[in-house]
Design a protein around this ligand. Structure first.
Ligand SMILES: *[C@@H]1O[C@H](CO)[C@@H](O)[C@H](O)[C@H]1NC(C)=O
Ligand SMILES: *[C@@H]1O[C@H](CO)[C@@H](O)[C@H](O)[C@H]1NC(C)=O
Ligand SMILES: *[C@@H]1O[C@H](CO)[C@@H](O)[C@H](O)[C@H]1NC(C)=O
Ligand SMILES: *[C@@H]1O[C@H](CO)[C@@H](O)[C@H](O)[C@H]1NC(C)=O
Ligand SMILES: *[C@@H]1O[C@H](CO)[C@@H](O)[C@H](O)[C@H]1NC(C)=O
Ligand SMILES: *[C@@H]1O[C@H](CO)[C@@H](O)[C@H](O)[C@H]1NC(C)=O
Ligand SMILES: *[C@@H]1O[C@H](CO)[C@@H](O)[C@H](O)[C@H]1NC(C)=O
Ligand SMILES: *[C@@H]1O[C@H](CO)[C@@H](O)[C@H](O)[C@H]1NC(C)=O
Length: 360
């Protein structure tokens, strides 16, 4: 069971173990039919202009359901056994560099979030493409395909011609579908022949909870992934049942300190910025106070006054040098990628810090 942020790093660097050869799913595609002319959640923009290709494939096969043996204990050492098998057909959306030399060797596999009743992806950020990953997403749960119970907005409703034959009978098979996705990607059969060296599984929100359950229960059986990132799941795991959005009870995740009013809060400096943790340049060389607690999901930003900025950064050159140094420090800690040093530096160069009156 994942309880603290530091445990996350323990999940990075798992080594894929030999996978028992199971019948691989049948691959169909690239898919081109349909009324919309493109897949659901297609790249927003001209993907050729970033040197990538987007293709969609259907996978069909048989996937297993698991039984939980004993309790899902907080040490995360879980035992699963075979329950039954069901047939499925689903889709995988893949974006890969056109030029094989740009491929960095890693495929990121996102477990699509279906909490809203339709597919949402959250890991296909610009940096993924700049760094040369292959990005793939897998529909592993019934809701993404057939939509929610009321006002369904699944793939089938969106484009029945394209997606009408897809079917996932229940969410108990979602875990094995995700294992099978890794073998298909590793084969090169859906990536233009590019063979990934590493497969990294990521999921956020409900998918984060499922990825966490996968980490504890399924990864030890299949060894399908080299690294796993269960994100934004607050330490709560799904429980392998056929029901969607079904977290294990009593696993409330990491403990956050409370202040003397009993309110969850962090240790902060005089500007309200949190101390400790990962010091990205935004916090190491701040131009504002940031508070993520007071305003729901959005948080608040409190820009520093001109006089405070002048006191902190007497010249623009000093500000840029500090941001650049902080970016290199983050690179050294391996929490940002190399191109982001350039991005931070460029952003600092064009920032009006300290504030100047310009006549242009
Ligand atoms: C997309 O980008 C490619 C490469 O930059 C370009 O050749 C093509 O004309 C663009 N397509 C559209 C529709 O803009
Ligand atoms: C599993 O959990 C239940 C409820 O907390 C408890 O009664 C039971 O003893 C536990 N079983 C084992 C094998 O630990
Ligand atoms: C997952 O989906 C829910 C419902 O649409 C949404 O509120 C949430 O922000 C999504 N999570 C992520 C990480 O995208
Ligand atoms: C980094 O900067 C480049 C050029 O300014 C921009 O195209 C790109 O979107 C930026 N990437 C990120 C992740 O912000
Ligand atoms: C994962 O392991 C389970 C249990 O051994 C097995 O039934 C299943 O077929 C495996 N899946 C893959 C994709 O190897
Ligand atoms: C990849 O394609 C080859 C050739 O068709 C096939 O033998 C193999 O089973 C496929 N592997 C997977 C995992 O789809
Ligand atoms: C295991 O199989 C039984 C009988 O098919 C079913 O009722 C039960 O829901 C299954 N459990 C899981 C976790 O899929
Ligand atoms: C505790 O934190 C809340 C939320 O940030 C804040 O409103 C409150 O004033 C804090 N109490 C103390 C004693 O610092």
């Amino acid at each position: 069971m994942l309880r603290t942020l530091s445990s996350v790093s323990l999940l990075i660097g798992l080594h894929a173990i030999a996978v028992t050869a199971n019948k691989p799913p049948i691959i169909q595609g690239p898919i081109t039919v349909g009324t919309k002319g493109h897949p659901f959640s297609a790249y927003a923009g001209n993907i050729s202009s970033i040197g990538y290709v987007e293709e969609e494939f259907f996978l069909s096969g048989d996937a297993v359901r698991y039984n939980v043996v004993g309790n899902l204990t907080s040490d995360g050492h879980w035992t699963l056994s075979y329950n039954s098998t069901a047939s499925y057909k689903t889709r995988m959306l893949i974006r890969r560099p056109l030029d094989h030399k740009r491929f960095n060797g890693d495929v990121l596999v996102e477990w699509i979030n279906v909490s809203g009743g339709f597919d949402i992806t959250s890991t296909d950020l610009p940096g993924v493409y700049e760094a040369g990953y292959i990005w793939a997403s897998i529909d592993a749960q019934a809701t993404g395909i057939e939509g929610g119970a009321t006002n369904p907005q699944g793939l089938i409703q969106w484009d029945p011609v394209r997606y009408g034959t897809l079917n996932i009978p229940d969410d108990a098979i979602s875990y094995d579908i995700v294992s099978q996705a890794a073998s298909v990607l590793r084969s090169g059969n859906v990536t233009g022949g590019q063979i990934p060296e590493h497969a990294i599984l990521v999921g956020a929100s409900q998918s984060g909870s499922r990825v966490l359950g996968y980490t504890n229960g399924v990864q030890p059986l299949n060894g399908s992934y080299d690294a796993i990132i269960p994100a934004i799941c607050a330490g709560a795991s799904s429980d392998f049942s056929p029901v969607p959005a079904h977290p294990t009870p009593g696993q409330s995740g990491r403990t956050v300190a409370t202040n003397s009013s009993g309110v969850m809060d962090y240790v902060r400096d005089a500007d309200g910025n949190t101390k400790g943790g990962i010091r990205l340049p935004e916090l190491a060389v701040p131009v504002a106070g940031y508070n993520g607690i007071n305003n729901g999901l959005s948080g608040n930003t409190y820009p520093f006054s001109d006089s405070k900025l002048n006191a902190l950064y007497p010249t623009h050159q000093e500000y840029v040098a500090k941001v650049k140094a902080a970016a290199y420090a983050s690179l050294h800690e391996k929490v940002i990628l190399e191109y982001q040093v350039k991005n931070y530096t460029r952003a600092a160069e064009v920032a009006n810090v300290p504030p100047q009156c310009t006549s242009s």
